[in-house]
Design a protein around this ligand. Structure first.
Ligand code: SAM
Length: 197
């Protein structure tokens, strides 16, 4: 099956086969939120899955939007979200949803890029650039690992720069301690922050 097809993800969520999930808020994101309170900033979580991070963004003062095209993922997220946050969740395709121009101050990445075949990565970079206002940030956990047998498909060491370097300036890049990642990604994630030029 094809990971660009929602059905690929539906069967996995329905069977509870979700080894990419982190059951909570990853520590690097918790540190970011402590350093950067939202004050009403608008954040997008593309390919949000169970959307574990959505309440943390809201609690830190952000206005979150989480989007996923798998109806099973959205149902799972909806089952755990507090009712007042349910309107923040969109069952939609990240590439196709008719967002207004540059509606976000922040985009948070975790295991969305690596879920897609590398042939789709330039489209992810272009879409993120279009959805962020100038000065907005793309932040998150980026999987640096093998490409074979994905998903997950890993970034090569200099590949994020090739993907994002045109539209974004890199602000931070540091390894994530293995203990802070889900076992599938342990020792192979980097926390990165990019600013939209
Ligand atoms: C590996 S999962 C990661 C889920 C979540 N980010 C997490 O950290 O648990 C990839 C997710 O991206 C979603 N996805 C893939 N392509 C998408 C698209 N074009 N639009 C919206 N969601 C998409 C899938 O349905 C799946 O839930």
């Amino acid at each position: 099956m094809d990971p660009t097809d929602p059905g690929f993800w539906d069967v996995r969520y329905e069977a509870g086969r979700t080894p990419w999930e982190f059951p909570g808020v990853p520590a690097p994101l918790a540190r970011f939120l402590a350093r950067h309170p939202g004050h009403g900033a608008r954040v997008l979580i593309p390919g949000c899955g169970s959307a574990h991070e959505l309440p943390a963004f809201a609690a830190a003062g952000y206005v979150p939007t989480a989007v996923d095209f798998s109806t099973a993922a959205v149902a799972r997220a909806r089952a755990t979200l507090p009712p007042h946050l349910e309107p923040c969740l969109l069952a939609a395709d990240f590439f196709l949803h008719p967002f207004p121009p540059a509606p976000f101050d922040l985009i948070y990445e975790r295991t969305f890029l690596c879920a897609l075949p590398p042939s789709r990565w330039p489209a992810v970079g272009e879409r993120c650039a279009r959805l962020l206002r100038p000065g907005g940030r793309l932040i998150g956990l980026f999987f640096h690992g093998p490409k074979e047998d994905g998903p997950p498909f890993g970034l090569a060491p200099d590949e994020a720069g090739q993907l994002f370097g045109g539209a974004f300036e890199q602000l931070h890049d540091e390894p994530v301690p293995a203990a802070e990642s889900a076992p599938l990604f342990a020792g192979q994630e980097r926390w990165q922050e990019w600013r939209r030029r």
